[in-house]
Ligand binder design. Structure first.
Ligand code: MG
Length: 345
């Protein structure tokens, strides 16, 4: 039988984490371990307040999966088929999907990256580091703290955006990306801003308008000199035709699409639709980040810094260091090091 353990956890950030959705210090999560194929696989469900899942709904989902009735030797695709036969519950599905991949890859003495693909580049790719919304002096201090990261993703809220980026540009020659988190409203102002941001060396704009404003977004994408990337508008594979018509690219998150196997389907479809791909994250521990790193070689941009913003990461990852994502060929599964006391060792 496949056995699942779970425990509630509250992820705490080093700094208050500000976006156009609000500011928070803690994010509820459920940590998971799956006993499968003679190995222990790790997974995580993280629930920012603007998504519908809760710790209780994740634990209910795990209880209702019925994996305890399935042999621990049954092949991965068959177990995943059962997990993804349920609707919704994407963070919960991600936790189980990731943990099953982790255990299966460990059983085969492979990284999850190797389990998924045979053609692996050994390029070192860089992740952006997120600077949350705050007063400008605090944002500048955070940029200076993050000087070793080659790329910063700056959160904006539609107010003083150009002044904010101009101030940061004066102290930084790093690559800059911006994430408006749905805070822009006027198309003409947005088009003008896109040109001003390009002149300041910004390389992409994420989720400028509120979700569902496809015509406005398309008008901006057609006239912006830098790519417009969907985040909140891109939840799963069913959104992709509409997204491809209005955006230049997508931000894929395992927590949104339901895990490694679903993210692979999204990446495949994105290539067919000629969309640029970023793999991003929520507030997540090294567990979620290590899992996303296994897909890094298939993406154009990486935004995998969630664990670095935490003050109480229970785990360590072998896959990230100073923004550099390197899947260690000597570590199996997702490459997670369990230094936690979560499991009563
Ligand atoms: Mg975003």
């Amino acid at each position: 039988m496949i056995r699942i353990e779970h425990c509630k956890y509250s992820l705490k950030t080093v700094h208050p984490f500000g976006t156009a959705h609000g500011t928070r210090l803690e994010t509820p999560a459920v940590m998971v371990r799956v006993h499968y194929m003679g190995e222990i696989g790790y997974g995580e469900a993280s629930m920012p307040p603007y998504y519908p899942e809760t710790q209780e709904s994740v634990i209910d989902f795990i209880g209702n999966l019925g994996l305890a009735n399935i042999s621990s030797e049954i092949e991965l695709n068959k177990v995943l088929k059962r997990v993804h036969s349920f609707t919704g519950n994407f963070a919960a599905k991600n936790a189980i999907d990731t943990a099953l991949h982790d255990a299966c890859a460990k059983a085969k003495k492979l990284s999850v990256q190797e389990l998924l693909t045979t053609d692996i580049s050994d390029l070192c790719k860089y992740s952006s580091f997120t600077i949350g919304l705050d007063d400008i002096d605090t944002m500048l201090e955070k940029c200076i703290e993050a000087k070793n990261f080659p790329c910063l993703k700056i959160k904006l809220n539609g107010i003083s955006d150009i002044e904010t980026i101009s101030s940061i540009r004066k102290i930084s020659d790093q690559e800059l990306m911006v994430d408006a988190n749905q805070s822009w409203s006027d198309v003409d102002i947005a088009i003008k801003k896109s040109h001003e941001l390009k002149a300041l060396g910004v390389t992409l704009i994420e989720q400028p308008f509120p979700t569902g404003l496809w015509d406005k977004t398309k008008a901006l994408s057609l006239q912006s000199p830098i790519p417009i990337i969907a985040d909140e508008d891109m939840q799963g594979i069913e959104d992709m035709n509409q997204v491809a018509d209005s955006y230049d690219g997508i931000n894929i998150k395992l927590m949104k699409c339901g895990g490694i196997s679903r993210a692979e389907l999204v990446l495949h479809r994105a290539k067919e639709l000629n969309l640029k791909t970023m793999i991003g994250c929520m507030t997540e521990s090294s567990c979620g980040i290590s899992a996303a790193c296994q897909l890094a070689d298939q993406c154009d941009y990486l935004d995998l810094d969630g664990n670095l913003l935490l003050s109480n990461d229970p785990y360590q990852s072998t896959a990230t260091e100073e923004g550099c994502v390197l899947v260690d060929p000597n570590s199996y599964g997702i490459g997670l090091i369990d230094t936690s006391d979560l499991w009563g060792k």
